[in-house]
Design a protein around this ligand. Structure first.
Ligand SMILES: Nc1ncnc2c1ncn2[C@@H]1O[C@H](COP(=O)(O)OP(=O)(O)OP(=O)(O)O)[C@@H](O)[C@H]1O
Ligand SMILES: Cc1ncsc1CCO
Ligand SMILES: [Mg+2]
Length: 273
């Protein structure tokens, strides 16, 4: 059975982000770090990038959310992520993990499994290949790109959520967000988002901002992807190519009216999993 989730829920969470302006602490990759900072600002939150092990736990303690992204990982950076993640757990700060390239190399897969073992991750946000690998149901990742999964996308996301004890937010043309019991499908977005490096990383930043203000991380994650995806739809309507799309994506999220999100969010709820 399926029904449409009221888009006003998404708009209420965006309103909370804008009024509370949570600090979103990132330890993230060097490719898209600036885009992550700016999309966090455009969502209405405040970004800080702090990865030195001497400060990462201290920063996490005062953040509204911690976003860990292994896109350009090193052994030292992963150690700092674990320090920050543990302190975030102690302080009740939600942790979002983007397992960039998990499955592409053993180092990446091992790093994600270690973080999941040592840190209580609230939201695991990855592309289909990454989630299929981490679910153990099968997935293929080449570099940072998903090359597909074995079997059904919802089944893989649910298996991953149950195996990891996280809310899984699996991106793609239709995003699948699940806590292992409830499943939300987010239809917002545009294929242009796949032609720009870092839209997945930015999706994690927005997911962090929304997790900071809403304790139900299934709703916060789906709402974040709906808002980001709707910005992508509106940006694509103006863009001449990937780089003008990028500019418009930031502008559209920043200028998004709550009523437009309430009307434009396309989130379906699936029951009976
Ligand atoms: N074909 C598509 N149609 C609609 N939305 C899409 C499409 N592809 C990706 N998206 C959206 O783009 C965002 C990034 O998802 P994607 O799965 O491409 O991440 P990713 O591969 O991890 O990205 P990256 O590694 O470049 O950061 C999500 O918000 C997703 O909903
Ligand atoms: C291209 C790339 N390589 C490592 S991280 C990253 C950004 C998109 O995931
Ligand atoms: Mg990604």
């Amino acid at each position: 059975m399926e029904h449409i989730m009221d888009g006003r829920i998404c708009a209420e969470i965006l309103e909370q982000v804008r009024s509370r302006r949570p600090l979103v602490h990132h330890i993230t990759n060097t490719v898209t770090i600036n885009d992550c900072a700016n999309i966090t600002l455009c969502a209405g939150a405040a970004p800080v990038m702090a990865e030195a092990p001497e400060e990462s736990a201290e920063m996490a303690a005062v953040a509204g959310a911690l976003v860990l992204n292994i896109g350009t990982l090193s052994t030292a950076q992963v150690a700092s992520m674990i320090l920050a993640g543990r302190r975030a757990n102690e302080c009740g700060v939600p942790v979002v993990l983007d397992p960039v390239g998990a499955g592409a190399t053993r180092m990446r897969t091992d790093a994600v499994l270690r973080i999941l073992q040592e840190v209580q991750v609230a939201v695991l946000k990855g592309n289909a290949g990454e989630i299929g690998v981490l679910a153990g149901t099968g997935g293929t990742v080449r570099g940072v790109d998903s090359c597909g999964i074995v079997g059904d996308a919802v089944d893989a996301a649910v298996a991953c959520a149950l195996a990891t004890g996280t809310v899984v937010s699996m991106t793609g043309a239709t995003d699948v967000v699940t806590d292992g019991r409830r499943v939300l499908l987010v239809e917002n977005g545009n294929p242009m988002m796949d032609r720009l490096s870092g839209t997945g990383c930015m999706a994690a930043s927005v997911t962090g901002a929304f997790a900071a203000v809403e304790g139900d991380r299934l709703l916060s994650s789906a709402s974040a992807l709906a808002a980001f995806g709707l910005a992508g739809e509106r940006a694509a309507a103006q863009a001449r190519g990937p780089y003008s799309f990028r500019t418009a994506l930031f502008d559209e999220l920043s200028a998004m009216k709550l009523a437009d999100l309430a009307a434009g969010a396309r989130v379906r709820a699936r029951h009976g999993v």
